[in-house]
Design a protein around this ligand. Structure first.
Ligand SMILES: *[C@@H]1O[C@H](CO)[C@@H](O)[C@H](O)[C@H]1NC(C)=O
Ligand SMILES: *[C@@H]1O[C@H](CO)[C@@H](O)[C@H](O)[C@H]1NC(C)=O
Ligand SMILES: *[C@@H]1O[C@H](CO)[C@@H](O)[C@H](O)[C@H]1NC(C)=O
Ligand SMILES: *[C@@H]1O[C@H](CO)[C@@H](O)[C@H](O)[C@H]1NC(C)=O
Ligand SMILES: *[C@@H]1O[C@H](CO)[C@@H](O)[C@H](O)[C@H]1NC(C)=O
Length: 205
């Protein structure tokens, strides 16, 4: 009974030589090879950021909750991989204000070579009437943003792409949602070097 107790406490317990060897072999051989396999199979992730944001109009008509918007963006996508290219089959940009989607822009599919940077330039221009805005913070948020002269807008990139090359790379379709949080001031006369403060985009799913 006493012996069992100390054994459970682990105070006197020493791993046997055999179990030491087994652990060493596992860590020394299996560990690194799993690591190498992961290195080979996973393409380096894309680096996506908002380079420029021009907000020419952002006007909420509060009696019928209609947003008039004109937002032009330059979003860069960097492929950091040495041997892998990407076919972007569908590129959709969605604009959100306070979780309300106000616009969708589809961009032309293209191929991006290895170690290359591409710039997407979606333009959101139009108007959108929101439904059920009573339950939302839309109007207070709009009033706060207007008083600061800076609008917090989210742009989501909905990408669908395939890899090309890289013999050991996992093949298949990737379908990520990427979120870019913007803080954009209104550009007067459509002329502004306005750059969003928070320009790094993050993977959503
Ligand atoms: C916003 O809309 C109001 C009413 O439609 C208009 O008077 C005003 O000029 C608009 N502002 C901008 C910046 O478009
Ligand atoms: C919203 O109201 C403005 C004027 O207050 C009007 O110009 C506009 O057409 C209305 N939009 C909709 C979708 O009803
Ligand atoms: C990157 O892409 C552009 C446009 O497709 C092309 O002109 C350029 O040669 C490419 N650069 C590299 C390093 O592949
Ligand atoms: C935005 O749309 C309006 C009306 O549809 C049009 O008059 C204007 O030229 C457009 N602006 C841009 C920058 O596309
Ligand atoms: C993303 O785009 C695909 C079409 O390419 C569409 O079926 C899907 O609903 C979109 N997802 C979102 C969240 O917009």
């Amino acid at each position: 009974m006493e012996e069992k107790q100390t054994h459970l406490n682990g105070a006197r317990h020493r791993p046997s030589l055999i179990s030491k060897i087994v652990v060493t072999v596992l860590l020394g051989v299996v560990g690194p090879s799993v690591f190498v396999v992961l290195l080979i199979l996973t393409p380096k992730s894309l680096k996506i950021q908002v380079e420029d944001a021009f907000l020419v109009q952002f006007n909420l008509t509060t009696d019928n909750y209609t947003l008039h918007y004109n937002l032009a963006l330059d979003i860069s996508i960097r492929n950091p991989n040495k041997r892998i290219g990407f076919y972007y089959d569908t590129i959709q940009a969605n604009g959100y204000y306070d979780y309300h989607k106000f616009g969708t822009v589809s961009l032309t599919p293209f191929y991006q070579g290895h170690k290359n940077t591409s710039v997407l330039s979606p333009v959101f221009n139009g108007s959108q009437q929101f439904s059920f805005p009573e339950s939302s913070k839309l109007i207070p948020k709009f009033n706060t943003d207007t008083s600061h002269g800076v609008y917090t807008i989210a742009v989501e990139l909905n990408l669908s792409f395939r890899t090309k090359g890289g013999r050991w790379i996992k093949k298949g379709h990737f379908n990520p949602l990427i979120n870019c949080d913007l803080e954009v001031p209104l550009s007067s006369n459509g002329k502004s070097a306005a750059r969003s403060n928070n320009n790094e985009c993050k993977l959503d799913s």
